[in-house]
Structures are given as structure tokens and as C-alpha cells.
Design a protein around this ligand. Structure first.
Ligand code: ARG
Length: 583
């Protein structure tokens, strides 16, 4: 199916360029900046004229003459210095809307080269409460995971738990200090474990001997000490329970809940490969790999620390090897903030030197931080770290203010209201995040992010619920969707916007940028609003027009639901607040 007007026009243009002996590199259209004049524009003649030292209007006229013969095209004109303005036939656009309505994928294609992608996001650490700093990695990763799957790639997502570094030795040491041994460890819950970690952190900051001791215990743990391993197992599984609960709240999902520790055996293999290849050396008791210094200093990889423990980089290198060998990854993408930029540069370079991931695309995507109004990382009112649970609760409180109380609406008891509150609160949090480009940080907006109007998640959910209500009403009145007929300009604009869906998703996929989807979704909801105000469905001039508009409305609803889904956001059937609004 070819719903893509741009692609269709590009193909037609390429044919024309070939017959005119013009470089097909310039045979492209873009959505017109002047929708009053045209739907699409081709500016290729200007570039071609420059190269051939000819008059651009002459070249444009030749191209336009041939284009005009295309049966999908209503008018072609040459304007200004040589712009080609193209307007499609209404019937052509309408017929494509009908096709879109009949297609399960709403006219969206898939990638040509489906492959195996491992996504590494989340990355929480054992014994550390999840806080606002963990939000973006989960939210962005979940959206990218859904987009990748939708375009046909095979995705394996892995949380890559931080469970093998010095913090492990620090907690064990702290517990031993308090209890004399590790006998009571298995009775500790997550709150107690987190408390021990906090204490350990304070102690190790001030006390070099404590740090030294923690490092020794970490090395012994990694080395296989049974008592440490047993205790650590408990810390890990308690933490994992808490972490899973947090991600479940946010509807962030992983195929694998592996951690750094799962790469332990492979770390040994990597060390051996490095030795065999002669790229490692001993430096001050540590085993390291030196890296090329380019324009800035690049510290070496410390594979094995002088105390015998494995370094963070080594676990990541080994994890790459595991993902390539066991999961057949041909692309691995990591999502973290900028503090890990150097780490991944080192890891990728070492992986290359070691030859463990030939032809595998390794990519580190860096996101900006979530800030408070002061531009610094978002904190609680008293200046503490905002944990994720608090953030979600805060969002829910805000949403509750917009919703009726339990049992105020028939069929909506406490459980239903709670579920709806949850769905809207998560939408508010996620959309506020995803509407920003990944690279830019953003200010966590406390007042407006959960409102039902403006560029918010709840606004899009509300748009869906509003259409749902229209569809229910139409059905109750015996109205059915039917062939699309474009009469009013608002219908045409809406249809052209709908037809962009495939390109929008493909761009979001290739640029790894969910904000492209968030932007589109918001604009579509607004365009729908304008259409809906101008073009009555129930009071349409005739039944055919009513059926056509109903089909357009349903398409918008389905596209919005799909797009929200790709952002990791649910679309509730009703929003309760929405009920009294509409026709
Ligand atoms: N656990 C790490 C941290 O909290 C993030 C993990 C990122 N992923 C990775 N494969 N290293 O800083």
C-alpha cells in the first residue's frame, strides 16, 4: 500500500528526472510551507539550475509539465524563482484514507532490514532508591523499544542492574559493622537495605580504611566467597522487587532483568582475549587496556583493579560480548545521562580493539536532565532527592483534582477511578518528558503537566476519549463510517496530516527521537479539534458526508492511540471529565 504522498511523489519525480536526464538526487518533495498554495513543494530545479548554469524556471517548467500528467495531481505551478508547487486531487487523498482505514497498521510500513537490537536502559542500582534521575532512561527506553518493535525490528530490552560494583562491598561492610556478621541479612527489607547503603556512603566518604575494606569485600564477593554471595543474593532480590514495582507503575518493561554480575564469567574471557591479543598490560598492580588519545585525554580501561575486583568498564565490555554471542545483537543502544559519555567511549573503543563485536552498531544516546525551576536537577521541596514513587504520587494527586470522586459516576468505584488516575498520571509524566528532544534537559513543570489542555499527555488522552464518545453517539444513532469524501478545507487538512503517520514514525525511529511522535500527536489532536468544530458529524449535510467524517474521526482516534502507545502511554476509553463535552 502506498499511503505516502511524499514517497509517491518522490518516485514519480525520479522517473521524470530520469527521462529529462536530471540528477535524481534533487527529485524530492517536502510538505508545503504554504498550504494555501500547495500540498507539496519541489525545490530541486533551483539546485539543478545552479549546477547546469541554466534558468531555474525553465527547468522547473519542464518538470512541472510532465508532473501535471500524473493522475493523482490536481495542479502543478511554477512559482517564484523556480519552486514547483503541487496540489493533489481530493479523490486521490480520499481514496488513500479509505485504504488507511482498512489497514491494520494504518498504512505504516516496516524497515527493510529488520535486525536484532538490544536496548540497554533503566540501569538502576541495587540498594539505591529509584529517583527522578532514573525517569528519563526508563521513559525514553520504553518508547524507543515500542517504536523499534513497531517498525519490525527484533528487540531485546535489558535493565542492566548495577549489582557488581563497590557499592555492594560497601553495604556488606556496613551490615557487618552493625551486626558483627551477615547472619541477619536475609531478614532485611528494602527500606533497611537502603538505610545501610546510605550509612555506608557517608562512612566511605570520610574514611579511607572503610573504602579499602569495601573494595576488599567487593573483590571477595566477585571472587566467589560463599557467605558474601548469599548475603548479596538477598540484597539483590529485595532490590529487584522494589525496582520492578517502580517500573510497573510507570509501565516500563524489560525482557531481561540481568545485571552486571551476569557478565562475570564473560569478564574472565574478555581478560583472556585482551592478554592473548597483547593489548593489556599491568600498571601499578592493575590490569589495563590503553586507548588511543585523539583530541582529548582518554584514560585507560581498568579491567582488573589492583585489589582483584573487576572494573565497571570490563563488565560492560563483557556484556557486549554476551549480547553479541548469545542474543545475536547487531545493534546495541544505551540510554544514560551525560555522566557516562566517557565510559561508553572507552567501552566501545575497547570492544573494537578486542574484536568482540564486529559489524555491530554500538550507540550511546545521552539525554538531558530533569530540572527544577532553578535549572538544577529536580529536588523535593526540602532540597532532597525526589524519589520516583513520590513523583508518581504527586502526579496522581494532581490528576485526582480533575476527576470525579469514586461513585460520583455510575460504574466508577474506587478501583476504576484509581486505575484511571494512574493511567492519566503516567501519561502526564511521560508526555512531559517525551515532548522534549532527548538531548535537551527540561524543567519539570509542576502546575500544568497534568492538565487536560495544552501540550500534555492528558490532553491527547482526552482527545481520544472525546472521539470515542462521538463514535458511541453515532453508533447509537445508527450512523456508520463510509467512503471518505473531502469537501471542507478542514477535512482536507486533516487527511493530509493523517497521511504523514508512516513518515513520522520512521523519522522517530531513525533519529531515535520520540519527541517527533509527541509533536505530531499534539498537532493532529489540534487539527482534529478544528475539523470537528467546523464539520458537524451528526448534522452533516447528507448521510454520506456524515459517514465520511465518521471515518476520518475514527482514523484520528486510531492514529492517536497508536502514537500514544509508541510513547508508552495508555489511552483510556473515557476520561470521565470528557463525558459532558462533545456534540
Ligand atoms: N547503573 C549505572 C548507573 O547508575 C547505569 C547503567 C547504564 N548501562 C550500562 N550498560 N552501563 O550509573
Amino acid at each position: 500500500m502506498n499511503l505516502l504522498f511524499e514517497n509517491k511523489l518522490n518516485a514519480t519525480l525520479a522517473e521524470i528526472f530520469k527521462t529529462l536526464d536530471l540528477d535524481i538526487k534533487f527529485a524530492t518533495v517536502k510538505v508545503s510551507d504554504r498550504p494555501d498554495l500547495s500540498d507539496f513543494q519541489c525545490n530541486g530545479a533551483l539546485a539543478l539550475a545552479k549546477i547546469a548554469h541554466q534558468n531555474p524556471r525553465d527547468i522547473a517548467a519542464k518538470i512541472a509539465g510532465k508532473l501535471a500528467q500524473d493522475e493523482a495531481i490536481e495542479t502543478v505551478s511554477v512559482d517564484g524563482p523556480g519552486f514547483i508547487n503541487i496540489k493533489l486531487k481530493d479523490e486521490f487523498i480520499a481514496a488513500n484514507m479509505d485504504k488507511m482505514a482498512q489497514d491494520k497498521r494504518l498504512g505504516c510500513g516496516e524497515v527493510e532490514d529488520p535486525h536484532q537490537v538490544v536496548l540497554d536502559f533503566g540501569g538502576p542500582n541495587v540498594a539505591k532508591e529509584m529517583h527522578v534521575g532514573h525517569l528519563r532512561s526508563g521513559v525514553i527506553g520504553e518508547s524507543i523499544q515500542r517504536i523499534e518493535r513497531f517498525v519490525g525490528n527484533n528487540v531485546i530490552s535489558d535493565v542492566h542492574l548495577g549489582d557488581w560494583g563497590t557499592p555492594m562491598g560497601m553495604i556488606l561492610a556496613e551490615i557487618i559493622k552493625s551486626d558483627g556478621n551477615l547472619d541477619k541479612v536475609t531478614s532485611y527489607d528494602i527500606a533497611q537495605i537502603t538505610e545501610f547503603y546510605k550509612q555506608a556512603n557517608i562512612r566511605c566518604k570520610e574514611d579511607e580504611t572503610a573504602r579499602e575494606n569495601a573494595r576488599k569485600i567487593t573483590a571477595a564477593l566477585q571472587g566467589g566467597d560463599a557467605t558474601y554471595r548469599r548475603a548479596w543474593q538477598h540484597l539483590r532480590s529485595e532490590s529487584l522487587k522494589a525496582i520492578k514495582a517502580n517500573y510497573e507503575q510507570l509501565d516500563v518493561n524489560f525482557d531481561l532483568w540481568l545485571g552486571e554480575s551476569d557478565a562475570h564469567e564473560i569478564c574472565r574471557e574478555v581478560v583472556k582475549i585482551a592478554r592473548d591479543k597483547g593489548i593489556s598490560e599491568i600498571d601499578n598492580g592493575a590490569e589495563i587496556i590503553r586507548l588511543e588519545e585523539t583530541n582529548k585525554p582518554k584514560p585507560p580501561i581498568i579491567m582488573i583493579k589492583s585489589d582483584g575486583g573487576f572494573g565497571y568498564q570490563l563488565t560492560d565490555i563483557a556484556t557486549i560480548k554476551m549480547r553479541v554471542d548469545q542474543f545475536k545483537a547487531t545493534e546495541i543502544v544505551y540510554f544514560t545521562d551525560s555522566r557516562q559519555t566517557l565510559h561508553f567511549e572507552q567501552v566501545f573503543e575497547a570492544a573494537d580493539k578486542l574484536g568482540i563485536a564486529p559489524n555491530v552498531k554500538l550507540q550511546h544516546i545521552v539525554f538531558g536532565t530533569v530540572n527544577g525551576a532553578d535549572g538544577k536537577p529536580f529536588k523535593t521541596r526540602d532540597g532532597g532527592v525526589m524519589n520516583l514513587e513520590t513523583l508518581i504520587e504527586m502526579s496522581k494527586d494532581r490528576v485526582r483534582q480533575s476527576l470525579p470522586k469514586a461513585d460520583e459516576v455510575a460504574g466508577y468505584g474506587a478501583a476504576e477511578i484509581d486505575k484511571l488516575t494512574q493511567q492519566i498520571a503516567v501519561a502526564a509524566i511521560k508526555f512531559q518528558d517525551l515532548k522534549n528532544t532527548i538531548a535537551s534537559g527540561y524543567v519539570f513543570e509542576l502546575e500544568d503537566f497534568a492538565k487536560f489542555e495544552g501540550k500534555t499527555g492528558p490532553y491527547i488522552q482526552y482527545a481520544v476519549a472525546r472521539i470515542n464518545s462521538v463514535l458511541r453517539k453515532a453508533e447509537a444513532n445508527g450512523l456508520h463510517e463510509g467512503k471518505v469524501i473531502l469537501v471542507a478545507p478542514e477535512e482536507r487538512i486533516l487527511a493530509l496530516k493523517l497521511a504523514q503517520i508512516h513518515n513520522v514514525i520512521m523519522r522517530a525511529h531513525s533519529e531515535k527521537e520520540p519527541s517527533i511522535i509527541a509533536d505530531y500527536t499534539y498537532t493532529l489532536a489540534q487539527i482534529f479539534s478544528t475539523f470537528y468544530n467546523a464539520c458537524s458529524i451528526m448534522n452533516a449535510e447528507n448521510p454520506d458526508l456524515a459517514s465520511s467524517r465518521l471515518r476520518l474521526a475514527k482514523l484520528v482516534r486510531d492514529v492517536l492511540i497508536l502514537m500514544l502507545n509508541l510513547l508508552g502511554i495508555e489511552a483510556p476509553e473515557v476520561m470521565l471529565k470528557a463525558e459532558n463535552i462533545g456534540e
